[in-house]
Write a protein that binds this ligand. Sequence first.
Ligand SMILES: [Zn+2]
Length: 427
Amino acid sequence: MIRLTYFSIIGIVIALCAYWITSNPGQVLINWQGWEIRLSVDVLIILIVLYTFTFLMVLKLLRWLNIANFLSNPKRLATKRAKAESHLDQAWGSYALGDFELALKQGLKAKSANGENNSVLRLLAKVTQKLEKDENPYLEKLKLSSGNNIWVHKQDLHKYLQDKNWPAAKEIVSLMLEEHPKNPYLLKEAILLNARLSDWENAKNSISSMEKNRSFFAKNDLNHIKAVVDYALALEEKAAGKKSEALNLLKTSLNNDPSFAPAALAAIKTLIELGDIKTAEKTLKAIWKIAPNDELSDVALDLNPQESSTETYRRVKVLCDSAPHFAESQHLLAKSAIATKHWPEARKALDTLIGSDKASKETYMLLAKLEVKQKNDYEAETKFQKIAEQKPLGNKWLCHACGSSPQHYLPICDECGEFDSVKWSKN
Ligand SMILES: [Zn+2]
């Protein structure tokens, strides 16, 4: 409607002008170097209008054929492009070195040298994200084109993972998986995010999807993750009072990763509760050879409440002799020997560690205890306690993501929320 009024007004103005010109006729005379052109004003105006129209059409045609760019000095264009590329290279360099302010400056120089394009926008979006500004206009611009969807989602995902915002990260991954359901990187993130959110059933589903497609993980690593997920599910079953379901899951867990000690410990404890001491002992023997730890050591001492202390010592000795190279074996043997007053055996076990890099705080604390129990030698006790203070802590549960050391194994670190980061290791 507005357009129609606009054109009507222009039409009326043109008509009025035409009327005015015809009612005020005149002549134009051009006299130049013996040439003489005589025109009426009407014809002159028509000629001017026609000339302007033709000129505009030719210009449009040139632009359509993309000749205009070609005409506007290709050498200059190439220089501009090279300049922009060099600024962009420098910007990525600064980005890699963590100097985001400088990267932003160089990125903006690239932008002013050769205008906005996807590569410049991506750099600026990433830098702005690193600078933690409230607004990211470059990211918004990239979002406008659907070709950038994956790239934009990946930026958001990185940010959420960095902020440990697991629910938001999971939402993005689910969104991306709709378009790329077989992508191994996305399936890996789905497994880890479900696990971090303790959504073990969905973690298991994501693992199955990965197994049907190309795996992101090496076979052993994926098997270990499967073992941890089944272990977590088993703990849930056990908490709900379903001991045999829990035990089945723990068996699957150990089948997938026979060295996963927490699953063995939970299985041993459940078997003891179910009265199956024999299988509990078998499970303990199997794991002790591969991955002994302090919690398994405690359960080894209390495995069978019905046996005498000498019987316990004999059983423990067989267990420790099966893996004598572990400090855990010598400590356990010494503990059991002290409890049954087998003094020479206790000393022998500790002597194998003294002087080696396996000796830890615990080795000297046990030595101090032995001096008191065997000889009532409180002086020697103090001496060894002092040495113990200077010794390393030895193996313990340690989160490899945040460095905290929980008392027991945890599938998700209490301190930092990371999945499967707690390992039995040296400080
Ligand atoms: Zn942690």
